[in-house]
Design a protein around this ligand. Structure first.
Ligand code: GLV
Ligand code: MN
Ligand code: MN
Ligand code: MN
Length: 414
């Protein structure tokens, strides 16, 4: 690794141009991107990525849950690859960087190695993980979860959207139901570059986050059932209004988040009201809860408090409550030698940096279970993400990619 060529660098303007080209697929009027998992737009984005990888001389394979792997061979075909990657799917009001940055920074690493005519010992690969966001199909990170053995393949393929269309059907429809087995293959290391999605790096004037940990998550689906009734003749005291119960649970969720500071995050982000008519008392409300904390014990306390609050509120409002935890993973500690490779890389570049904990979930959180893993963060403007105005500068993007390149070489070169 210390025999690296002194001219080692990446092409920041080519990376930026690729990001902007990909951002035209699903572009929204406010400058963001809506490219939901396994839609026609996701297919378009995947096709463009695959074309770029083939042009860069990579061999592309697709596994049975639609994860794409583009491989640049190394000197020693027996060495397990060093993998980079992230996701191309976005939130409905997503931005131009969440996910796609890690994918295209990985591609830029491969393009730069080609430019330098530099041969690594281990092969180097870039992955696109299917359905990271969990917005169209819950839960998030489902395909990296199958890769890591957290979920069965059948579970992953059977996740359904609000219209009942499954991951398996949609993969087949867009031509990305591959035939490679999912996971069960060794990796030398996995590195995921990503925007921070929070305000810390920008506020501290730091260019790189060396991600040491990621906070744990619990996701729930709750249905409160009362009784539809006429909004006029039904006296207040007789009502079984499911939305009133849901509103109280939303308030409780928020309170639980504030109770467990520092660190807790608590969100109700999706709600469906039945029958959703202005002069009918709502008879049924379905909604979701997203809890996060870096300490698993606190996350467990938040879980217990939510269960108690839902039971109490349902009783007080004369509602039936069904509640299911649909997703859980414990806080993640990234692997020491991979974190050290990122630190060594950033020190070589001279960019300012700090260690940090990821607030968001990432495919790296599951891949970390089966391979030595770490992440590289770059700032995003005002810490805003999952929003069409999400923004980053070409300089930040280039800096993160340089660090990614150096971290990859630390593991891929003997
Ligand atoms: C996905 O973006 C998540 O962190 O929830
Ligand atoms: Mn992401
Ligand atoms: Mn996201
Ligand atoms: Mn995410």
């Amino acid at each position: 690794m210390d025999s690296l060529p002194p001219n080692l660098t990446i092409n920041g303007s080519r990376l930026w141009q690729s990001l902007m080209d990909m951002a035209t697929i699903g572009a929204t009027p406010k400058g963001g991107v809506c490219r939901l998992a396994l839609t026609d737009l996701d297919k378009e984005g995947r096709d463009l990525f695959v074309r770029w990888c083939e042009e860069a001389g990579c061999t592309v394979t697709v596994d049975r849950i639609g994860n794409i792997f583009a491989r640049r061979p190394g000197r020693d075909p027996d060495l397990p690859p060093v993998l980079m990657g992230s996701h191309l799917d976005t939130q409905p009001t997503g931005g131009r960087f969440d996910g796609v940055y890690g994918v295209l920074a990985g591609l830029e690493v491969i393009r730069s190695l080609n430019d330098l005519n530099y041969e690594t010992d281990a092969p180097v690969e870039v992955a696109v993980w299917t359905n990271e966001e969990g917005t169209r199909f819950a839960p998030s990170m489902v395909a990296s979860g199958v890769f890591a053995g957290e979920f069965d393949l059948e579970y992953g393929l059977s996740r359904a959207d609000m219209d009942g269309r499954t991951v398996g059907e949609e993969l087949a429809r867009i031509g990305y139901a591959g035939d490679a087995p999912v996971g069960n293959r060794p990796l030398t290391a996995y590195f995921e570059a990503h925007i921070e999605q929070g305000p810390i790096l920008e506020a501290e004037g730091k260019t790189i986050g060396v991600v040491t940990d990621a906070q744990g998550q619990r996701w729930y689906e709750i249905t409160l059932t009362g009784q539809e009734a006429h909004a006029g003749p039904t006296p207040m005291a007789r009502r079984k209004d499911a939305l009133v119960g849901a509103a109280r649970v939303v308030e409780a969720v928020n309170r639980i988040g504030f109770t467990h500071q520092p660190g807790a995050c608590a969100t109700v982000g999706l709600m469906q009201i039945h029958p959703n008519s202005r002069n009918v008392i709502p008879g049924r409300v379905f909604f979701t809860v997203d809890f996060r904390h870096p300490d698993d014990a606190v996350l467990a306390r938040m879980d217990a408090e939510l269960r108690a609050e839902v039971a109490r509120i349902a009783a007080e409002t004369m509602l039936d409550a069904e509640m299911e935890q649909i997703f859980y993973y414990a806080p993640v500690r990234f692997e020491e030698s991979c974190v050290a490779a990122v630190r060594k890389g950033v020190e070589r570049t001279g960019h300012s940096w700090r260690d940090m904990v990821s607030g968001a979930g990432h495919d790296a959180c599951y891949v970390a279970r089966v391979a030595p893993t770490a992440m590289v963060f770059i700032p995003c403007v005002d810490g805003i993400s999952h929003n069409e105005v999400e923004d980053a500068t070409p300089e930040w993007c280039a800096a993160g990619c340089e660090v990614l390149l150096l971290a990859v070489l630390e593991k891929a070169v003997r």
